[in-house]
Design a protein around this ligand. Structure first.
Ligand SMILES: N[C@@H](CCC[C@H](N)C(=O)O)C(=O)O
Length: 332
């Protein structure tokens, strides 16, 4: 179903293909003004829906330029099919660049590979910033993006990395949300949760989307990330009744206070190679538990993210890569 063009840049592959969709072929084609005055054509024509696949540390997404209309051109059910690694393009989610809202440059929405819609995606928003910059080939290189988690601000750095102002963490238990009892004010920090015959200690943090982070068991046993059977235990946390909106679950091993290893079981996507919001939540939990410093490198299976929870503004800053894999068109 996918016509994939091997390509080293969106400028070489994505844009020429857009141009190949003639007026007669268009099913739902419109034009919209892009920043800098450039005219942009929509994503859908008879050749299918144009996409570009990006990855941030192996957390991979199908990106769709949906800035011509407010509603995503792909449904959650179609997203499930496209994300299938055998019968589709393959991906941890489908991300849409959408028209601006609330004074921002663009909006972003994402469907997980199971078709559910999360509020935010950290690796995804780095990919979105790189995608929009590649498609438009123009300034600005700093964006204000409206998400279901509020305003998020990615900036492309000269060295190719993307730094994202992820906003403030949410710690109030009811807002994470979790029904675990708060232990520090309204926050759930190192609270016990019995799963799979063990008592785990969990800190709960929302980055717009919910995260439950464990650095170890109640008996003092630290996490060894390589020893976890995530495929077996991950769903027991994701679907636990104490997380009414389900949860992303992070398992963390401390190397030094400024360097940890983290493996993640994502809500709606399962085991992934990296989770940006999860890395941010990991450092917030590490600071609250007295295990990490505010500036901390988080090593994920797909590579490192650099996280800072800044004291001056209470915002979290995440820096990491975002790269094009290939682009093409697909019929759904
Ligand atoms: N991988 C993402 C998180 C994507 C959303 C998550 N699965 C959820 O349902 O909350 C990231 O990099 O943050």
């Amino acid at each position: 179903m996918a016509q994939c063009l091997a390509a080293s840049s969106v400028a070489r592959a994505f844009l020429p293909q857009q141009q190949r969709c003639s007026t007669r072929q268009q099913r739902r084609m419109s034009a919209a003004a892009a920043p800098g005055g450039a005219r942009r054509q929509a994503t859908v024509c008879s050749a299918g829906i144009k996409f570009a696949k990006y990855q941030g540390l192996g957390n991979d997404f199908i990106l769709v330029d949906n800035r011509h209309q407010a509603e995503p051109v792909i449904s959650p059910d179609q997203a499930v099919k496209l994300c299938d690694r055998n019968f589709g393009i393959g991906g941890d989610g489908v991300i849409f660049a959408l028209p601006a809202q609330n004074g921002t440059d663009y909006s972003m929405r994402i469907f997980n590979s199971d078709g559910s819609e999360p509020e935010m995606c950290g690796n995804g928003i780095r990919c979105l910033a790189r995608f929009v910059a590649d498609v438009d080939g123009s300034q600005p290189r700093q964006y204000k993006v409206h998400t279901l988690a509020g305003l998020i601000q990615p900036a492309l750095l000269a060295d190719g990395q993307v730094c994202v102002d992820m906003g403030e963490p949410i710690l109030k238990a009811a807002d994470v949300p979790t029904t675990l009892q708060p232990t520090q004010g309204e926050a759930v920090v190192q609270q016990r949760l019995s799963v799979d015959g063990k008592d785990w200690l969990f800190t709960c943090v929302s980055m717009g989307n919910p995260h439950a982070i464990t650095y170890g068991l109640a008996d003092g046993t630290p996490i060894k990330v390589d020893e976890l059977d995530l495929a077996r235990i991950g769903p027991m946390f994701e679907h636990n009744a104490v997380f009414p909106a389900r949860t992303n679950t992070e398992f963390v091993e401390v190397l030094t206070p400024s360097h940890v290893r983290m493996h993640v079981w994502e809500r709606g996507a399962g085991r992934t190679l990296a989770c940006g919001t999860g890395a941010c939540a990991t450092v917030v939990a590490g600071v609250l538990e007295g295990k990490t410093e505010r500036k901390c490198q988080v090593d994920l299976p797909g590579g490192p993210l650099h996280i800072e929870w800044r004291e001056s503004d209470n915002h979290i800053y995440m820096t990491g890569p975002a790269e094009l894999v290939f682009s093409g068109s697909v019929s759904v």
